[in-house]
Design a protein around this ligand. Structure first.
Ligand code: FAD
Length: 198
């Protein structure tokens, strides 16, 4: 969604999730950021100017029986809606944040949507707490799940920071070349790898 904050002509883009009749955004507040501060300072009932820019390349494939969703930080937003709306797909969500507290804002939604499909799993890593470090370490730990999803024709979707995307692609490429005959390019070409990073 492109939001037009008051006081600037340049729209700011935010990934959105559709949750029932609501649209959900997850926004990181930048101290001097005009768009994120504008959203942060909104009050209940305020109206914002915004348009939906459809991103056809980043839609959940309803045909896939399984999916691996990988996000860091606010990149989790679109996945919350996708998990909610696709209850027949087996989904493994990998999420990386800084601290346990930073994931708490998503816990109610995550627990709600996970409880509706017992096959779904959430894997979290915290870069400043615990032992898992960054989200790519979770992918290495859970490589069997990731490889199984790829080999059975499921999708891998990545949303969040460009730095994280880069690290995940490195890990994926190594796993694919070590354990499969599928290349990263092939995965992307046949629609099994989808990315929306910023
Ligand atoms: C496809 C896409 C999807 C996105 N999805 C999301 C999302 O889901 N959630 C999300 O949080 N973001 C998302 N973003 C990023 C978002 O669009 C904005 O770039 C982000 O919110 C920062 O915008 P801003 O207006 O707050 O900061 P800006 O005003 O654009 O400032 C950018 C940076 O400069 C710093 N800065 C600005 N002015 C000063 C100053 N005077 N002195 C020092 N530093 C300064 C700010 O602190 C900030 O870090 C997405 C981007 C893209 C392209």
């Amino acid at each position: 969604m492109s939001v037009f904050p008051v006081g600037t002509d340049i729209p700011r883009q935010y990934s959105i999730a559709r949750m029932g009749n609501n649209i959900l955004l997850s926004v990181k507040k930048h101290e001097f950021g005009k768009g994120s501060s504008y959203l942060h300072n909104l009050n209940k009932g305020d109206t914002v100017q915004a348009v939906i820019d459809i991103n056809p390349h980043f839609h959940f494939s309803k045909k896939s029986a399984s999916a691996v969703l990988i996000a860091n930080g606010t990149g989790i937003a679109p996945f919350l809606g996708m998990i909610e709306q696709n209850r027949d797909t087996t989904i493994n969500l990998f999420w990386g944040g800084r601290t346990v507290a930073s994931s708490a804002i998503y816990d109610d939604i995550l627990n709600g949507i996970i409880s509706k499909n017992q096959k779904n799993k959430i894997h979290k890593s915290f870069s400043r707490e615990g032992r898992n470090g960054y989200v790519q370490n979770l992918i290495i730990q859970q490589k069997d799940v990731v490889l199984k999803t790829v080999q059975e024709g499921g999708v891998v979707m990545i949303c969040g920071s460009l730095a994280m995307q880069h690290d995940i692609l490195d890990v994926l490429e190594n796993l694919l070349s070590e354990y499969t005959k599928i290349g990263l390019d092939e995965l992307q070409h046949n629609g099994q790898l989808k990315m929306d990073c910023y």
